[in-house]
Ligand binder design. Structure first.
Ligand SMILES: [Zn+2]
Length: 274
């Protein structure tokens, strides 16, 4: 397709590592797009560090998380409320203000059946409004397509598609002519994965921020804690200790230091998979 073909070459020639180590970043706007409250948990050490170092971190979550429970008594509405309060509590531990959390309100588990164009338009609005220096998102895959579970697969492609659409003035042009926004090209990307790390090329040392990640992630009791089977807003001290141990075990290490790994990409969205 002609759109963007002429400029794709130059994107691929950029070095695929940041000018400065992530640990030294300051003054940047960071946007993470995920499917569910807790998708950002894989990056919580890095996000806590970036926020503490004078960057502004924003989280856009596509779904309300209103389906994923084994508790037979919870309604969709109750679950959406629980997921929101858990996410805000987690972000508070990271130092990220509540108005940096944007939930787009789609149904959990059904993301790939939503109107793709409408979801992309919604994401493009936030990209053009926040104008992030760096986008964190599920990795759509390098060269080959990555499977992921359903919402994560959808979120990976939606984020990449929105990054691409945001740069074209004549796509969703009402945002520009009517809503005072401007087209925007996100220059850098940090793609995250769970359990499949072969494409990683960037490791962030989260020493000093691992405790913040543990404190943050311990709030997701309805997601992967004791509340998944039977939700209780006030888990016992024993249950909370087990929860903290669980999230501590999830933190990976490299050279003896706690770290989070990413596939870093710099360049035009057209070449995200290269
Ligand atoms: Zn998820």
């Amino acid at each position: 397709m002609a759109l963007g073909a002429a400029v794709a070459l130059s994107a691929q020639s950029l070095p695929q590592k940041p000018d400065l180590p992530v640990e030294q970043w300051t003054g940047k706007t960071i946007l993470l797009i995920g499917a569910h409250a807790d998708d950002d948990a894989l990056s919580h050490g890095t996000l806590a560090m970036l926020q503490a170092h004078g960057n502004q971190v924003y989280i856009v979550t596509l779904t309300t998380g209103n389906v994923g429970t084994q508790d037979p008594t919870l309604s969709r509405l109750q679950l959406a409320g629980i997921r929101r309060s858990e996410e805000l509590a987690a972000l508070k531990e990271l130092g990220i203000p509540p108005d940096h959390y944007i939930n787009l309100g789609y149904d959990d588990g059904m993301l790939e059946f939503e109107d793709h164009k409408a979801v992309v338009e919604n994401l493009v609005f936030w990209i053009r409004k926040l104008r992030p220096d760096v986008l964190f998102a599920w990795d759509p895959g390098k060269v080959y397509q990555r499977w992921h579970k359903a919402d994560h697969r959808a979120a990976a492609y939606l984020a990449a598609d929105a990054a691409r659409a945001a740069m074209w003035r004549l796509l969703f042009e009402g945002q520009i002519s009517q809503q005072g926004l401007k087209e925007f090209t996100i220059p850098e990307y940090m793609f995250y994965n769970d359990y499949d790390y072969e494409d990683e090329n960037l490791w962030v040392d989260i020493s000093g921020f691992a405790d913040k990640r543990i404190a943050a992630d311990s709030n997701y009791v309805s997601q992967f804690g004791p509340g998944w089977i039977k939700y209780n807003p006030h888990p016992s001290e024993e249950e909370m200790k087990a929860m903290r141990d669980l999230v501590r075990r999830d933190i990976r290490t490299r050279d003896g230091k706690p770290m989070e790994g990413f596939r870093y990409y710099r360049g035009l969205p057209d070449a995200i998979g290269k």
